[in-house]
Design a protein around this ligand. Structure first.
Ligand code: NCD
Ligand code: ZN
Length: 349
């Protein structure tokens, strides 16, 4: 049981981020320290250009991340493979023999940023999923259909109905993480299915709904996929995250893009929350009178699902009004964080 002491300090086991975009090259160098200062480990998303589709690429990407870590950092990147129509069972078999590839990510073709090599029909990867089930490697799913006739606010619910129900039926022992869930439909599905199915929840889906993105002007830095939903879904997500149910755990989906790419005629999807990630979650949990549930959600339930030990270090958060930067200017780009210029109630000590 975690408690906040007299000085308003909350100490918890170091958290992990079970869904993080770090990119590569200069962006990676710019953002890595932000996650490394709060998170002990992260499941690193493979949607680079070109995508990380095999163990060799994952090894090189991991080495790149380790090479740019701040001095003395003990941050551990946990790698994932990007599933394509051409992924083979063999690729999974090789990955499963390493200690650093922890999962593979299913992007439906065209669903989100850098998903143009995604899977066009889940049937194409059935042999791959068979192998994943066999070696007990989790498949991480971006759960949205991409058909043009399906409204963007319904795409997660329709994916569950049309794809996920059948997938769970066909692979009863496959471990699945439904990533960055955004709807009550997703919560209900996860609650109804076996212990093999879990979900990550982002800080921005706990702290915002579509009004925050669309009322009084369009705010491109709130645009991500799956898109923010209406407030009843946000309320359901807060309830799920703070419920103490181990099926729900932390995954920021922090996804850095340059300010110019976000603020353009066709702004890209992705919210950058890494600089204040754990403080944002603490703010959301406290608003729900559930700060005592933060440690389980941030530092235990994900590790339990992935079958990795809890971290042996701790972090402390102080209850204190904290301003979020308006933007981060790096040598070659500017990135605007989630809730830029606003205040939150917690600060990493
Ligand atoms: C992510 C990105 O930018 O890589 N964007 C997003 O809106 N979440 C991709 C993803 O996780 O969908
Ligand atoms: Zn993501």
């Amino acid at each position: 049981m975690t408690t906040v002491n007299k000085k308003d300090i909350l100490t918890i086991i170091s958290p992990d981020d079970f869904h993080l975009h770090l990119r590569s090259g200069n962006i990676l160098k710019s953002v890595i320290g932000m996650s490394a200062s709060q998170m002990k480990r992260a499941i690193v998303m493979p949607n680079l250009t070109p995508p990380i589709t095999n163990t060799n690429a994952a090894r090189l990407y991991r080495e790149e991340i380790l090479s740019v870590l701040p001095k003395g950092s003990k941050f551990e990147p946990l790698m994932t493979l990007y599933l394509t129509d051409n992924t083979k069972a063999y690729d999974i078999n090789i990955a499963a023999q390493t200690d650093f590839v922890k999962a593979a990510k299913l992007y439906p073709l065209g669903a989100t940023t850098n998903s143009d090599n995604g899977v066009s029909d889940i049937k194409n990867i059935y042999p791959v999923l068979e192998e994943m089930q066999k070696v007990d490697m989790p498949v991480l799913i971006h759960g949205e259909v991409t058909r043009h006739d399906v409204d963007i606010f319904d795409r997660e619910a329709v994916f569950i109905e049309e794809v996920l129900v059948k997938l769970v039926h066909d692979f009863p022992n496959l471990r699945i993480v439904l990533e960055h869930i955004t709807s009550k439909d997703a919560i209900d599905f996860v609650l109804q299915t076996s212990k093999k199915i879990a979900a990550t929840i982002t800080a921005h889906h706990l702290l915002a709904n579509r009004n925050d993105m669309l009322v009084g002007g369009i705010r491109p830095h709130y645009y991500c996929l799956p898109v923010l939903k209406r407030s009843n879904h946000q309320a359901a997500l807060i309830k799920a995250a703070t419920s103490g149910n181990p099926k729900f755990f932390l995954g920021t989906d922090s996804a850095p893009h340059s300010k110019t790419e976000k603020q353009s005629e066709c702004g890209c999807a992705g919210v950058f929350s890494a600089p204040n990630a754990i403080e944002l979650y603490a703010t959301a949990f406290e608003k729900a009178n559930s700060i005592d549930k933060l440690e389980d959600f941030a530092s235990k339930f994900g590790a339990d699902f992935y079958g990795i030990p809890y971290n042996t270090t701790t972090i402390s958060l102080q209850k204190q009004t904290t301003s979020i930067a308006k933007e981060y200017k790096f040598s070659d780009l500017t990135i605007v964080p989630f809730m830029a210029g606003q205040t939150i109630n917690w600060r990493l000590v």
